[in-house]
Unconditional design. Structure first.
Lengths: 264, 475
């Protein structure tokens, strides 16, 4: 099963980077993606991220997210077409041939553009965060966040939220199987998918609640809130970190220059 | 090291006390084993003994709990208690927080105020003693239940505390792996650790148990030197269930037709082979036990019987139908599968509705009569209006079986139906299965329990690494 947003143990370039380098990377990419509106520039960013993923040997994990991104992009574009008609009309969502309601939802260049920009932005954010999470052990994230003085409870909340994703995935699958074995026939297609979700939610949530109780106790009993911590296997700032930081800074400056000159 | 005096406890929003005047004295370097039926309050006792009840739970508490010469209420917090006591909870999955086994153990080691060198040294030591070398870089989520239990134990050992509380640490382990845990505990005891062990498998831990405590309905009904406690025939029956009393029926199998026929079955998860070259015929009315170590492919095999898994190659024929050509819903008429953990399947508001779910899905006639009969057979008539998750583990297991039985499949498959049950509850479950066999059902169970396999099954199939290595009923 493809796991969403989970650390994958490898010894590759991204994994060897210091968590701070990667946090800096995410912050920069996020800011750039939010400010930029130029479609070719955003596409360039996506390609750069994928190249970065390939260099860090996590390309296939990144591409696993494509399905989710595809669904999302269809939704975004649909919503912007519906809500932000602007510019030239390219056609109609409901063809003109249909009587009465035909030709009522215009597809405009403006709506389409905004939809595409939104999709690209989210794509960039998802890829960037995934690169970070795939290549950074939660323990290192805890350390890094703790050093910048984020309260331990918030850090643990973040870590546990991430940690529950695969548990819920696996558990959901098991519950679904148990129900199929009891003759549950949700049917096929979209309707079947929707139907099959509702009976899973109750056992999923009640199991997760029970589990989170034990999980919380486990964290306490491991002394996570004692505040004292020995730092083992810390990643130092190394040459590669300085190199990446330099590249990122140059990219950042270049971006600022582009924004100021209104190129993008 | 741990002393409970007249401890009573009632959970919030409940009436009956989970613990009733429990007194227990665990001295340094000793090992007490607590056993009893499911729902007797064993887990509550664990929570009380390490101070969690007093620090984290509401509800009514009486009596005193002393840990390492201090009343638990005097400890500032759980983190403070965690400096003295290590506990392994009964749900291994919930104790896997990080992304590799090594990280999991480091997370426990980091908060002990040790130097980095000592931590590395201890990490290696613990990995060696708990045989986790090969799993070091694996993700805990991808381990089997038994492996997870070993990691949870290792993470608690990593704390290096002198007091260990273990809540059913071997429930999902096979015989061999249980032996390993017993060896680890023997070593720990020899090192002077104090151990409170909740277990059903007394036989494996005989060598280290100094005192045996029987907990029933929240109260201690017997305690003392194991030899003395076991003189009571009733307690002996609870700890050493006598499966030989279950009479073996001798169905006339030679003439009966095959209901399951597996031909050259192979199955791979992604690229990892889980089953290879399985050939197997099971006839109507047989009682088959499938045994084998954790990860030998038992569950993978039975999931093919109702098409939760499809063969990578080869065929599975159920009642003359090739599973490739049937839907899971169709096969539910022929094969009922009871999963290992009953909690995965309960979602209705009452026990009765829970049983009705499958019955309605299949559109079975005489709905109400069928449901009543299933309730009666599982001895659950009195709890029919209760919320399924409030039942004891033994009752939940029987409910899971009742849910499947009510759907009237000819073949009933059960994955580890006696896990976590005491002797009497296990006997009850096996008795229920024997009755079903007599009514003409074909029963297939996966079990780690050698005695059940020997005494109750007509045929024992042993698996190893995805192969069948022996089959007592092979023609």
């Amino acid at each position: 099963m493809a796991e969403i947003l989970q650390y994958v143990h490898k010894d590759a370039f991204l994994h060897r980077l210091n968590p701070y380098t990667k946090i800096f990377f995410i912050v920069l990419v996020t800011i750039m993606a939010i400010i930029a509106t130029d479609i070719p520039f955003l596409i360039l960013m996506v390609i750069a991220l994928l190249a970065f993923a390939a260099y860090g040997r996590v390309l296939s994990e990144s591409l696993n997210q494509l399905k989710l991104i595809l669904v999302m992009s269809v939704l975004f574009i649909l919503i912007t077409i519906l809500t932000m008609p602007n510019g030239e009309t390219l056609g109609y969502l409901i063809p003109k041939i249909i009587p009465l309601i035909g030709g009522s939802v215009p597809i405009t260049t403006g709506g389409l553009m905004i939809g595409i920009v939104l999709t690209l932005r989210f794509m960039i954010l998802i890829f960037a965060f995934q690169l970070f999470l795939i290549s950074t052990q939660p323990r290192d994230i805890v350390h890094a966040m703790e050093k910048i003085r984020i309260p331990i409870d918030y850090i643990l909340m973040f870590i546990i939220a991430l940690r529950f994703i695969p548990t819920l995935q696996i558990e959901g699958q098991r519950i679904h199987e148990a129900q199929l074995a009891r003759g549950f026939n949700p049917g096929t297609g979209v309707l079947g998918k929707v139907k099959s979700v509702s009976p899973i939610i109750i056992p999923l949530v009640s199991n997760a609640l029970l589990r989170s109780n034990v999980l919380g106790l486990t964290i306490d009993m491991r002394g996570y809130r004692t505040g004292k911590r020995t730092h083992v296997r810390e990643r130092n700032f190394e040459k590669r970190d300085y190199a990446v930081m330099t590249v990122l800074t140059i990219v950042g400056c270049g971006f600022v220059a582009l924004v100021i000159t209104r190129m993008i | 090291m741990i002393e409970l005096t007249d401890v009573s406890y009632t959970y919030p929003h409940t009436v009956h006390p989970a613990l009733h005047r429990v007194s227990l004295n665990l001295e340094k370097g000793r090992c007490i084993m607590v056993t009893g039926p499911s729902g007797a309050g064993k887990t509550s006792l664990c929570l009380a003994a390490c101070g969690i009840l007093h620090h984290e739970y509401g509800g009514k508490k009486e009596g005193t709990v002393i840990v390492d010469n201090r009343n638990v209420t005097e400890y500032a917090s759980l983190s403070d208690l965690a400096q003295n006591v290590g506990i392994v909870f009964d749900d291994p999955e919930a104790q896997m927080i990080f992304t590799t086994v090594e990280e999991e153990l480091l997370s426990a080691l980091e908060h002990r105020g040790l130097s980095a060198e000592v931590i590395e040294e201890r990490l290696d030591g613990i990995i060696r003693t708990t045989y986790l070398d090969k799993l070091r870089d694996r993700s805990p989520h991808h381990l089997s239940g038994g492996q997870k239990q070993r990691v949870a134990l290792a993470a608690t050992l990593a704390l290096g505390n002198d007091i260990l509380i273990l809540d059913e640490p071997t429930s999902e382990l096979d015989e061999h792996a249980t032996e390993r845990i017993a060896e680890i505990l023997t070593d720990l005891k020899n090192q002077g650790k104090t151990i409170l062990l909740i277990e059903h498998k007394y036989r494996h831990f005989e060598g280290i148990v100094d005192s045996l405590v029987i907990l029933e309905n929240g109260a201690i009904t017997a305690s003392g030197i194991p030899g003395e406690v076991l003189k009571d025939a009733r307690i002996r029956g609870m700890i050493f269930p006598d499966f030989s009393t279950i009479h073996k029926s001798h169905p006339k199998l030679s003439g009966s037709e095959p209901v399951i026929s597996v031909q050259n079955l192979t199955h791979s998860y992604e690229d990892v082979p889980a089953l290879s070259g399985i050939n197997l015929t099971i006839r109507r009315g047989e009682f088959v036990a499938i045994v084998g170590e954790n990860g030998s492919g038992k569950t993978t095999l039975v999931k093919h019987f109702n098409r939760l898994l499809s063969p990578t190659s080869g065929d599975v024929i159920i009642n003359g139908k090739n599973t490739r050509e049937c839907s899971i819903a169709e096969l539910a008429h022929d094969v009922g599968l009871v999963f290992q953990n009953p909690d995965h399947m309960f979602f209705a508001d009452t026990v009765r509705e829970e049983i009705a779910y499958g019955v309605d899905n299949l559109g079975i006639k005489n709905r109400d009569a069928v449901i009543e009969a299933a309730l009666r057979d599982a001895d659950l008539s009195e709890t029919a209006a209760m919320y399924p998750r409030w039942l004891s583990r033994g009752e939940r297991q029987r409910l899971a079986i009742a849910c499947v039985v009510a759907m009237q499949p000819g073949i009933i498959v059960l994955d580890e139906p006696t896990t976590g049950l005491d002797g009497y509850e296990a006997l009850l479950v096996i008795g229920m299965l024997k009755n079903l066999q007599e009514k003409g059902h074909t029963i297939i169970i996966i079990t780690h329990n050698q005695e059940i396999a020997q005494h109750c099954a007509d045929r024992v199939i042993m698996m190893e690494n995805g192969h069948i290595i022996s089959d007592s009923g092979a023609a």
